[in-house]
Design a protein around this ligand. Structure first.
Ligand code: UT7
Length: 370
């Protein structure tokens, strides 16, 4: 049988060296591919504008817009939780992909603000009726969705699972100091989900990826356990569970982002031989419009190909990438076959990148990746 062309062959791109379509890998392991076949998102009903915030802290619409591009953010109200937002996003992704909840094998929930520190993914599993699925959380702050998507792809490629829901959801409004103008204006709540399905290696939707961590710079951005102690008996005490609000050295994180994100994307392009001019979209973690613009300029990607919804939602942490993806798929900007360069970055410090091909719903028979 003739060798399948590598992903990207349709666009005249070279085969992805990390793909199972690479014969060197294919001989060793029964690898398939992972396709992005559906998406969904959910945000809380309440929107808080910059003007609203300036009633609480010493800030202004002009400062926030000019420094960040943010105009408003959503804040979860009573009854809105990580579970409810993630479940709503998951239902939308299931519907888009044309899946029944019972078909889902794995739910991977990227979040740093869980409803339950033991894990919120099982609550989402119950809420959507995906009783066959194993469900667990993955925490990597604003890189969490990208790390989860890459993780999910490994299970799909190696044949462990056929259908995975990858969800990014955060409710950082829980963990903000609402009197700290340096952080409270930046973040918002939301959730996004992507349905990923095993597919033939030649149709792999994850063309290449990189994942990075640097714990030596952890102090730049934290949501850390406090060290309060509760006396028990005698000289024995136990730590009291609880977290200090988000603390960020904004300038350090900004410098980190504009250095590391272009570097990781450049590696991806170089390793695959993809030209920046071939990218349909730049889909970066939505932290600051100035970061998006700096990365776009570094690769001479026209600004109209840089996806941004910062003006409406601010930084929703693990949710930004799937929330933005869903918006652009639903309004028709992202089309089946489009090539997307994505990067997540944030606390950890953690960062990573992926070259993705959006597939959209339909056309993959069961066991296609096996
Ligand atoms: O998702 C995780 C990744 N996070 C990021 O990527 C965030 C990266 N960092 C940034 O986006 C930017 O550093 C910020 C938007 C957080 C801050 O922008 P900046 O241009 O770096 O401002 P700055 O921290 O240098 O502060 C400049 C001034 C300061 O006043 P002084 O000391 O010069 O008098 C701040 O106190 O702006 C002041 N300031 C504000 N003023 C009005 C800080 N926050 C505000 C505010 N409103 N909300």
């Amino acid at each position: 049988m003739a060798q399948s062309p590598g992903p990207g062959a349709d666009a005249g791109l070279p085969a992805n060296p990390l793909s199972a379509a690479n014969p060197a890998i294919r001989g060793a392991l029964p690898l398939g591919g992972a396709a992005l076949v559906g998406c969904g998102s959910a945000v809380p009903a309440t929107s808080l504008s910059n003007a609203d915030l300036s009633e609480r802290v010493d800030t202004s619409d002009d400062w926030i817009r000019s420094r960040t591009g943010i105009g408003a953010r959503r804040v979860a109200g009573p009854g809105e939780t990580i579970t409810s937002l993630a479940a709503q996003a998951a239902f939308a992704a299931l519907d888009h992909a044309g899946w029944e909840p019972q078909q889902v094998d794995l739910i991977l929930l990227a979040t740093s603000s869980p409803d339950d520190l033991f894990g919120t993914a099982p609550r989402v599993q119950a809420a959507i009726g995906a009783s066959r699925a194993v469900a667990f959380d993955l925490t990597a702050a604003c890189s969490g969705f990208l790390f989860s998507l890459i993780t999910a792809a490994q299970y799909l490629r190696n044949g462990s699972f056929q259908r995975v829901l990858v969800i990014g959801a955060d409710q950082l409004s829980r963990w903000l100091d609402w009197d700290d103008r340096r952080t409270c204006v930046l973040f918002g709540d939301g959730a996004g989900a992507v349905a990923m399905q095993a597919c033939p290696a030649s149709e792999d939707g994850l063309l290449a990826f990189r994942m990075r961590s640097d714990g030596s710079r952890n102090a730049c951005l934290t949501l850390a356990q406090t060290d309060a102690q509760r006396p028990l008996v005698g000289s024995t005490s136990a730590q009291v569970g609880g977290f200090a609000p988000i603390h960020m050295n904004g300038q350090e994180v900004y410098k980190f982002a504009v250095r590391e994100v272009p570097a990781v994307l450049a590696e991806l392009l170089q390793s695959t031989g993809v030209e920046a001019a071939s990218l349909d979209w730049l889909l970066l973690h939505q932290a600051n419009q100035r970061i998006l613009d700096a990365v776009a300029d570094r690769f001479a990607v026209p600004h109209e190909r840089v996806l941004s919804n910062l003006a409406h939602y601010g930084n929703t942490s693990a949710a930004t990438i799937p929330l933005m993806l869903d918006e652009a798929v639903r309004d028709g900007r992202i089309q089946p076959g489009h090539l997307i360069a994505s990067s997540g970055f944030g606390a950890g410090l953690s960062w990573g990148g992926a070259l993705l091909r959006w597939r959209g719903p339909g056309g993959i028979p069961d066991s296609a990746g096996a």
